[in-house]
Write a protein that binds this ligand. Sequence first.
Ligand SMILES: C[S@@+](CC[C@H](N)C(=O)[O-])C[C@H]1O[C@@H](n2cnc3c(N)ncnc32)[C@H](O)[C@@H]1O
Length: 269
Amino acid sequence: MEGNIARNRAELAGKLTNVLDSRSLTYSHKRLASILKEGMKVLDLGCGTGAITRGIAESLGPKGWVVGIDSNPNLIEKARQNHGKTPGLTFETGDIFNLTYEGEFDIVTCARVLIWLSDPLKALQMMKSAAKIGGRILVVDYNHEKISWEPAPPSSMTSFYSTYLKWRSDAGMNNAIADDLTNMFREIGIQDIIITPQHEVSNRTDSNFNTNIRIWADTASSRGIQMERDGYITEIEYITAEKEYREWMTKEAQSLTMYMLAVEGVRTL
Ligand SMILES: C[S@@+](CC[C@H](N)C(=O)[O-])C[C@H]1O[C@@H](n2cnc3c(N)ncnc32)[C@H](O)[C@@H]1O
């Protein structure tokens, strides 16, 4: 039951798909970028519209192979349109909980996905099974409870944000998952754990500041519709949060830090 609620709430639409398109291997999955080697076989779970997955394929070279899987067929369709011609790259619609791969990949990764699941431990177990013995499992995810804005955004947004976290946790999602990943890795016997802080810091002077900081305006407009449908917020509340946040972005915002960790380890059994 909780799993179905989480599944519905995780479904991604609206302007948030543009956020996925703006990501890249170099900026959005830095630890993975640093450990990829030519010719590897990589599985990218919850690949969205495939921008990061394409970067993985390019980095692996002609002997490499990467499979991007996402449960949302619309995103896979978009991924195929945008990146389908890249050599060594395949996209499939599929569910992280129903993977059929066993012992096949040098690296099994997922970025910003486990935070959307009500049973992330089971997903991690599936990731471990898909990795070769000696292969690596690499998860990058947020602790949304440790976000920080400078200066504070309008109260309409802070109020939207706390309702958003409640809407998520009521569906069984762990808003603080980044800090729980290490224990989860240990629990299922993944060895040689390495934790790399990968906080997303955006400062006003950065060229991509607007693209990065507007994620919360886009979240208000896209997730607001779902949260209203689920009885958590009114239309006027999320529209006001989006509008006032966009004004704050233009006039006042100095920085946004989204707390994120990359946690990885090795499958030994
Ligand atoms: C926030 S997006 C992250 C996309 C991409 N990895 C990135 O970092 O830009 C989360 C993705 O996970 C996908 N997803 C959610 N639940 C899933 C599941 N059970 N199996 C596969 N993909 C899932 C969603 O459709 C969405 O595309």
